[in-house]
Structures are given as C-alpha cells and as structure tokens.
Design a protein around this ligand. Structure first.
Ligand SMILES: NC(=O)c1ccc[n+]([C@@H]2O[C@H](COP(=O)([O-])OP(=O)(O)OC[C@H]3O[C@@H](n4cnc5c(N)ncnc54)[C@H](OP(=O)(O)O)[C@@H]3O)[C@@H](O)[C@H]2O)c1
Length: 329
C-alpha cells in the first residue's frame, strides 16, 4: 500500500486555527486496529464548527476533521473485519479527538465500525451520514414513544438542512403527515418532493414561547433548539413528544414545565456520537429499507476534498440544502 495520502489538516498556532489540504504518511495516523481506504465523507453542521473554529469541536491539534467516513478495509487486526469489507463510521470522537474522514486513509478502532448493508454504497452512506443516521434515531425514538402515523402531524424544524431533509423523507415514507418548518420559502417545492404535506415559515416558531399554545402536532424532530424547540413543545398535543437533535439556533431552551406536567409531553434526547452499537446497527438496517434512494439522490450534492473548506462556512450560514457528499479518493 502506498504510504502517502491526501488529507485536510487543521492546525493551531496560538489562537489562530488554519486548515489546508496536505499530504501525510501512514506514520501520521493515530492508533487503531483497522485501516480504511476512505472513499467518501460528508459535511455536517458540526464539521462546519470544527473547520472554521467557530465551535470547540476539535480537542487535539493538528487534526484531520470529518465526523463521518465510509470506505473499504485495507488492513485489519480485528477478526470481525476483512480486507475489502465496506464500512461506515459515525461519531465516537472521529474528527474531534481522532483523525477523521477528510483523508484518503483512516486508522480507527474496529469497535467503532459498522459493516455497510449490501445495498448502501459508500457514497449513499455519506449522503446519509451522521445527519441522516441521527434523523433515523429520532424517528425510532418517536416510534418507541408510541407515536403512530394516524396520531397527528409531525413537525420537522430546520427542514431544508441535513437532519431535517432526511427526517422529512423517512417520516413521509412511513405515512406520517409532515409539517416542515423552514426559513427558506424557496425550498418549499423541494420539501414537498421529499414528502412534506405542509411547509411553514420558521418565524412562526421564533415568537416568544407561551407555556402552552394551541395543539398543532403529535410529535416533532427538532434540529434547531432554543426558542424554536420551546415553541415546538408548547404546541405539541397531549401525550406527544419532540425528539431534540440539534442547536442550529442555540443551546438554550427558554421553555417551562407546562407542556410536560399539563399535557404529558415528552422531550426525547437524541445523541449520535456515543449511541450504543445495537441501536446504530438497527438505524443503518432501517435506513437500508426506509430511505428512498431517489429522494436521497435529490437531497445530495457532491464536492471534492478542497471544497470542504468553503462548504464549512456555508453550512454554518444555513445555506446548504440537504446533504453534501465529499468524494475523498
Ligand atoms: N444529536 C446529535 O447527535 C446530532 C447529530 C447530527 C446533527 N446534530 C445537530 O443538528 C443540527 C442540524 O445539523 P445538520 O447537519 O442537519 O445542519 P444543517 O444542514 O445546517 O441544518 C440545520 C438547519 O437548521 C436551520 N437553521 C439554521 N440556523 C437557524 C437559525 N438561526 N434559526 C432557525 N433555524 C436555523 C436551517 O434550516 P432551514 O433553512 O430549513 O430553516 C438549516 O438548514 C446541528 O445543530 C447539529 O449540530 C446533532
């Protein structure tokens, strides 16, 4: 195997963080019992924070960012993985404390890897990525809560983003009536193509939240946080639930206990990074069957490694639609 490979590297000099495409060798890789030839990665909101330095995501410098990767096993000391196996990795500190997906090669722990279902290519896997797999975890959480398609509409906030787009497609496929909230009215047709029954202006969810407001939905998947999540909770029907995935508008939650104690509403926390393996495997198995490949293609744009830097800025500005696949090789 050739020793040199291309990688995006984030370095820090004092308080100044820089990022560039560079050439590294196997000696630069971190410890791991499986070496992967990375074929595709993706750009998530968290990658945007890491690359621009606008959020404290990277915990070690220099570091190859990228919280997701998909590729083929090049070398393995883990008996569960053989040379040539197609694998996917989301989270576990990848692109935060361990070299991540924006490199032609990665050395990782076998414990972190999932073998890709046969029908999911490495490009498909990264079109899904952490965002799509998180959307699946959120759908599964609503299902565990007993929310059924005939129970009422489901709200998806940040709908034109990565988590939101996949959530809309997955919920629609299961027969849920989806209310998509977006700040980009020009994406209404896109959201309806994915299966949204109704598209609302996200401004409706940024008004000062009341403890309880008119009941509008049985559940929701929220990637925005802050006032949006507070309003989503106050408008949830009796016994419903909101799965909280993200913080695109902020970490805070200016809510009250009223939805919980007067309407029995639940707030379901979704974490993709340390999610146990059995639930991850279930999510990827479900994505294989539940996510329409045509819709996945419709939400995906492909870029090269060098374009990741500009895309990191765009995703933080809320300008990225759907999912981005990075062709690494
Ligand atoms: N819990 C987990 O494990 C996990 C996993 C993946 C992602 N996340 C989090 O989930 C969030 C979404 O991630 P993503 O990769 O889908 O990002 P994304 O593609 O940028 O989507 C976020 C969307 O939120 C909306 N938005 C952005 N800024 C906003 C604001 N100030 N106020 C209201 N809405 C705003 C935009 O949608 P519209 O233009 O349609 O309004 C944007 O497209 C991020 O906070 C990310 O960190 C968490």
């Amino acid at each position: 195997m050739a020793d040199k490979f291309r990688a995006l590297l984030v370095t820090k000099d004092g308080n100044r963080q820089s990022v560039a495409v560079t050439e590294l060798t196997d000696a630069d890789l971190m410890e791991g019992d499986v070496t992967v030839a990375v074929e595709h990665s993706t750009v998530n909101y968290k990658d945007g924070l890491a690359i621009t330095g606008k959020g404290p995501i990277i915990r070690k410098f220099p570091l190859i960012p990228g919280i997701d990767l998909a590729g083929r096993v090049l070398r393995s000391e883990d008996s569960r993985f053989q040379v040539g196996d197609r694998v996917v990795l989301n989270g576990y500190g990848l692109g935060e404390a361990h070299h991540g997906g924006y490199a032609e090669r990665a050395q990782v722990r076998g414990d972190w890897l999932i073998r890709l279902p046969e029908n999911i290519s490495t490009a498909n896997a990264m079109a899904i990525g952490t965002a799509g797999y998180t959307a699946m975890l959120a759908v599964m959480a609503l299902e565990r809560h007993g929310i059924k398609p005939d129970g009422g509409a489901i709200l998806v906030t940040g709908a034109a983003g990565g988590v939101g787009s996949v959530a809309v497609a997955l919920l629609a496929k299961h027969g849920y009536q989806v209310i998509a909230s977006t700040g980009r009215p020009q994406e209404a047709d896109y959201l309806k193509t994915l299966g949204a029954a109704e598209v609302i202006d996200r401004a409706q969810l940024t008004v000062p939240p009341k403890p309880l407001a008119k009941e509008r939905w049985a559940g929701g998947i929220d990637s925005v946080g802050s006032t949006t999540l507070a309003n989503a909770l106050s408008m949830t029907k009796y016994g419903g639930a909101i799965a909280a995935c993200g913080l695109a508008a902020g970490m805070d939650l200016p809510s009250s206990v009223a939805p919980f104690i007067l309407r029995g509403v639940s707030l379901l926390g979704i974490d993709s990074v340390q999610c146990p393996q059995n639930r991850r495997q279930e999510a990827w198995r479900r994505l294989d069957f539940d996510l329409d490949r045509g819709k996945l293609e419709a939400i995906t744009t492909q870029i090269g490694l060098a374009e990741v830097i500009g895309t990191a800025e765009s995703i933080l500005d809320g300008k990225v639609r759907g999912r981005i696949v990075v062709k690494v090789q």
